[in-house]
Design a protein around this ligand. Structure first.
Ligand code: PDD
Length: 286
């Protein structure tokens, strides 16, 4: 089966999908994107992803080219055109094609692209062992709440961990935890779950919201507040969250064990509750 993607109103084999070189996504990284996980052929938390897409588009002043119903139909169609039960749907909207000029051109049509990849969540062995992370100074811009396709800072920071075979780069700005290069971060200290608030320094993660929702519903002790670098380095547990990683335990940070170096008890509980939450969501959507 050829890999079918969606570009500007048409589904086509990926080899036939071409974008003009003057697309502002290519020239300036001028666009925004979403990644929606699909479980058992159903999109998880779609309304929340579409709300965040609207937020990102509003921030960069691109008119949303589709209604939520249209986005939902496009996603349903691309899922139908792929075999896997679990898929990762990537879609992006760039400002469109225009002569190169920094200011936003008027009257151009946004470029819309969508693709599906198999959703590869961490294997049971990785969930069991946890992962290694390193840390770095967060030198990205001050609009990290926009899910921008301009990801050079994130890619450079992620590469630092890739270079040493680690899973993620955890970021600190002015002595405070922000997030990781493509995940949000939670810590546990003395049985309290801590995570930074959603502000301009972090991406407002959909998985972050799910984890907080579960934590509050199940009466975990939760504090959403600034988290210092010292608190992260002396944490009992560190978790990464994202649509593709779900909830994942960090067991070493910069080569030092986190807690006793094994995924902790609150992680184990949260991981199980997250899997249960997904199942319930899928049943409810059926
Ligand atoms: N990344 N922070 C950053 C910088 C991210 O890029 C992501 C997601 C997250 C987690 O957000 P969510 O829970 O909504 O997936 C946090 C996606 C998966 C990516 O770029 O592939």
């Amino acid at each position: 089966m050829p890999d079918i993607v969606y570009l500007n109103g048409k589904f086509m084999p990926i080899e036939e999908a071409h974008v003009p070189v003057l697309d502002r996504g290519f020239i300036f990284g001028d666009g925004v994107y979403e990644v929606v996980p699909v479980y058992s052929r159903r999109a998880f938390r779609l309304a929340e992803h579409l709300r965040r897409l609207q937020y990102s588009l509003d921030k960069i002043r691109i008119t949303n080219p589709h209604s939520d119903a249209e986005w939902a139909a496009l996603i349903a169609e691309i899922v139908k055109r792929h075999d896997g039960e679990d898929q990762s749907i990537y879609f992006q909207v760039t400002r469109g094609v225009a002569k190169r000029d920094h200011a936003f051109p008027k009257g151009i049509k946004p470029t819309v692209f969508m693709m599906s990849n198999p959703l590869v969540t961490p294997s049971p062995a990785v969930v069991e062992s946890g992962v290694a992370c390193i840390s770095a100074v967060d030198y990205r811009w001050l609009n990290c709440d926009i899910k921008s396709v301009s990801l050079l800072g994130n890619c450079m920071l992620r590469q630092l961990s890739a270079d040493v075979g680690a899973t993620e780069t955890i970021l600190f700005r002015d002595g405070k935890l922000t997030e990781a290069s493509s995940s949000n971060v939670f810590i546990v200290k003395d049985s309290v779950v801590l995570t930074p608030p959603k502000d301009h320094l972090v991406l407002p993660g959909i998985t972050y919201d799910v984890v907080l929702e579960i934590a509050r519903a199940r009466e975990f002790e939760v504090e959403v507040r600034g988290v210092t670098e010292g608190e992260v380095r002396s944490a009992d547990e560190i978790w990464l969250t994202s649509s593709t990683k779900e909830v994942l335990a960090v067991t070493t940070l910069d080569g030092k064990p986190v807690g006793d170096g094994k995924p902790g008890p609150l992680f184990r509980r949260m991981h199980a509750l997250y899997q249960q939450f997904k199942q319930e969501h899928m049943r409810a959507a059926a």
